[in-house]
Design a protein around this ligand. Structure first.
Ligand SMILES: Nc1nc2c(ncn2[C@@H]2O[C@H](COP(=O)(O)OP(=O)(O)O)[C@@H](O)[C@H]2O)c(=O)[nH]1
Ligand SMILES: [Mg+2]
Length: 301
């Protein structure tokens, strides 16, 4: 016997009681509601919940002006079906703040990508905060500030030369206090002084994790597609420094006729390409579509 047949069979007695009342064109008597409640209890819904469901049903019946047992029974079934169609999953309730740490060499497009990402998330109705943990380069803070203004995102920064980890800490605290949905942290990319870079990133990560154990939720490495094979070396250095990259962003795909670096990178690091950059504008950020990408390089699949 199949699963549905067994359910049908197991509840046949209470169902036929209800059907008898429905067929006799009975009014909405207490007997009828008792029979419904008994059926719910017989189905293992639990006494307390059964009572609550019948109460809700009575309220809904009043609201809709239903006056036949048949109509009420149909309504009950509709309400139960609705109860059973909860489609939300854990992914619909990300922890707050969702913290994205953006890393990569100078000039690859980190800050620009952050601006584009912020714009996209703001359009989804999220409250976004940008943290200026690239304290190294002149103008980096101001550049991020401009993106925060353009996108209506909150902004946390200190002064140029400040300790990046301290900025990260401030931003984490501010994001928690303001109920921010997504905090995106910009960082410096001084690959030529690898030891410093490692130390700085490690410190930022340590501070973030100590502040909020679930964070960072994403570590995105931004890579410039026009750098070709050198991108692999960069990614290796950052993977070592930041550890646990969760995604890649490949920028400036509008400036290369190749694009094979995407394949080399995903193969090497086995992390998804979260976004691709196809221009300098605020809307020039796209989801990565693997099939379309391969087709663009090698023709229709
Ligand atoms: N053509 C093109 N230029 C980009 C793209 N992303 C960023 N840029 C440009 O690359 C330069 C460096 O970007 P920036 O965000 O400052 O890089 P960062 O140093 O990694 O923060 C800027 O002139 C950006 O406008 C892209 O997808 N396409
Ligand atoms: Mg930058």
């Amino acid at each position: 016997m199949g699963f549905f047949d067994r359910l049908k069979d197991g509840l046949s007695k209470t169902r036929s009681q209800i059907n008898a009342i429905v067929k006799s064109e009975g009014a909405l008597s207490d007997d009828f509601f008792d029979a419904l409640e008994d059926a719910l209890i017989a189905a293992d819904i639990g006494m307390e919940l059964a009572e609550r469901i019948i109460e809700d049903l009575r309220g809904e019946i009043k609201k809709r002006g239903i006056n036949s047992a048949g109509g009420a029974y149909t309504l009950l079934k509709e309400m139960l079906a609705e109860d059973l169609t909860v489609t939300k999953t854990a992914e619909d309730f990300p922890p707050k703040p969702w913290v994205i740490l953006v890393v990569g060499v100078n000039g690859v497009g980190k800050t620009t990508t952050i601006g584009k990402l912020a714009s996209e998330m703001r359009r989804q109705g999220k409250q976004v905060m940008l943290g200026a943990a690239d304290t190294f380069r002149a103008g980096a803070i101001e550049q991020l500030k401009i993106w925060s203004d353009r996108t209506g995102s909150d902004f946390v920064a200190q002064h140029e030369g400040a300790d990046a980890a301290s900025v990260a800490f401030d931003a984490m605290e501010a994001a928690k206090n303001r109920g921010t949905d997504v905090l995106i942290l910009d960082t410096a990319g001084r690959l030529h002084v690898k030891v410093n870079l490692m130390n700085e990133l490690e410190k930022i990560l340590r501070v973030i994790k100590r502040n909020t154990p679930h964070a960072p939720n994403e570590i995105l490495l931004v890579v410039d597609a026009t750098t070709g094979q050198n991108a692999i070396k960069q990614a290796e250095a950052f993977n070592e420094a930041a550890g646990g990259l969760t995604g890649l962003v490949i920028t400036k795909l509008d400036g290369t006729a190749k694009g094979g670096v995407a394949i080399a990178l995903t193969r090497r690091f086995n992390v998804p390409i979260r976004k691709i950059g196809v221009g300098e504008g605020i809307d020039d950020l796209q989801d990565f579509d693997a099939k379309a990408y391969v087709e663009a390089m090698f023709g229709e699949l």
